[in-house]
Design a protein around this ligand. Structure first.
Ligand code: FAD
Length: 388
């Protein structure tokens, strides 16, 4: 049994701690704030395998299969619902691009198909079909509750012996050659040390700071925090807009009905580079901009009250694909998840835990594609479609 420190108590860190404990490892999970306080509790709930490149499609196909069994495995209702994702095309060129994406997704067993606007209207009665020519529809995509999912993983992880600590900030490491020997952390104003055999950096937007503490260049894995925002309406009758609905050419605007309370969550690619890693203040330009898109997608929304607006980070690498793999002999990273870390978590957690514990993984994760050293080599991947 090895002792492994997982840094970051978002969905990636918590789920990986659980998977490591399942493999019999001794795990200490360190979160500087409260669990979920980073991007995870701010996310839009969406889960999709509709990506446009082989690596992300295959990873998400596996992740969706894991999501399908998660409630049973974690013995908890995480409100996972396969209510689909519906992308909408506004031009013939986009319809052709959808067809090419669908072909690639079908090749790897993702059952997306092109649908007409009559079928789209049946799927989402609230939809204004007029501006759109066709839809890319995968009924197996879906959504889950980020709060319940994280707490379900955390509860099980603790049950398997994970030493899970909140308000515990990692502040440095001791290193011998290319290996981390000790993690230093601050709790209640005191600095403590723990000797470890391996470390996972799952700090997402904060990951470059952790890399720097490990003696690496801060920009080795360049992750920039962009403020991504959402608004939510009062509850509407269930069944109005259950899938995530997105016309990508409208600045990646999207709506999705909350699987529990029926409120409509509205997002868009109206983003601001965060001024600091504390900058989660919502902005008025987003509120105006996102509602303009939302009422064009679903006109009845103009009568719905907005009850909340919030912001969080899309922690983005230059190609919007996460960095996953080994950085030093026993120092690993899984960070930079842009708009898709929640949906990827079940697959990524399993893959990272197997990599750390056994040196290899059964998960169809293309390690070369996500290689954290690719930026240093100047090898960017095709940009991953970012929204939730
Ligand atoms: P985080 O949840 O950010 O966790 C990292 C943690 O590390 C933080 O809690 C932080 O406090 C901790 N940390 C940092 N430094 C230290 C330190 N020194 N010591 C200890 N702990 C430290 N994804 C989807 O899949 N679907 C969606 O629909 C979706 N919608 C989104 C909507 C919004 C508005 C936003 C902001 C994001 C959305 N995302 C979505 C993205 C998703 O939320 C993230 O990709 C995911 O939550 C990343 O999880 P994580 O565990 O990597 O990071």
């Amino acid at each position: 049994m090895s002792k492994i420190a997982v840094i970051g108590g978002g969905i990636i860190g918590v789920a990986t701690a659980y998977e490591l404990a399942k493999l019999g490892e001794e795990v200490i999970l360190l979160e500087k704030n409260y669990f979920g306080s980073g991007s995870t509790f701010r996310c839009a709930t969406g889960i999709r395998a509709q990506f446009t490149d082989e690596a992300n499609i295959r990873l998400m196909k596996h992740s969706v299969e894991r999501w399908e069994k998660l409630e049973e495995e974690l013995e908890s209702d995480i409100v996972f619902r396969q209510t689909g994702y519906l992308f909408l095309a506004t031009s013939e060129e986009e319809v052709e691009a959808f067809k090419a994406n669908i072909k690639l997704q079908n090749k790897f067993g993702v059952p997306t198909r092109l649908i007409d606007m009559d079928e789209a209207k049946e799927i989402a009665p609230i939809l204004n079909t007029e501006p759109f020519l066709a839809g890319a529809w995968n009924p197996k995509d879906g959504k889950a509750n980020p709060f319940k999912t994280l707490f379900a993983y955390l509860f099980r992880a603790k049950g398997l012996g994970v030493d899970a600590r909140e308000h515990t900030e990692v502040v440095g490491f001791e290193r011998e050659g290319n290996a981390i020997t000790t993690v230093k952390f601050r709790y209640n104003g005191r600095i403590e040390r723990v000797r470890v055999d391996a470390v996972l950096n799952a700090a997402n937007a904060w990951a470059p700071l952790i890399n720097e503490m490990a003696g690496l260049k801060r920009n080795l894995v360049p992750i920039t925090a962009y403020k991504h925002q959402l608004v939510k309406t009062e509850p509407l009758e269930p069944g109005q807009a259950e899938p995530l609905i997105c016309p990508p050419s409208w600045n990646d605007a999207y709506i999705i009905q909350d699987g529990e309370d029926g409120g409509i969550i509205c997002g868009a690619g109206i983003e601001h580079k965060a001024r600091s890693l504390n900058d989660v203040e919502p902005t008025y330009d987003f509120l105006r901009g996102v509602l303009d898109y939302a009422v064009r997608i679903a006109p009845p929304l103009r009568y719905a009250h907005i009850v909340r607006q919030w912001a969080g980070f899309y922690a983005k690498t230059p190609d919007s694909n996460p960095a996953m793999g080994k950085l030093l002999d026993n120092f690993y990273i899984a960070a930079g998840f842009s708009g898709h870390g929640f949906m990827m978590a079940p697959a990524v957690a399993q893959a990272m835990a197997e990599l750390i514990s056994k040196g290899r993984s059964k998960v169809p994760l293309d390690w070369e594609w996500y290689d954290p050293y690719r930026f240093e080599r100047g090898e960017l991947r095709t940009s991953a479609f970012q929204i939730g």
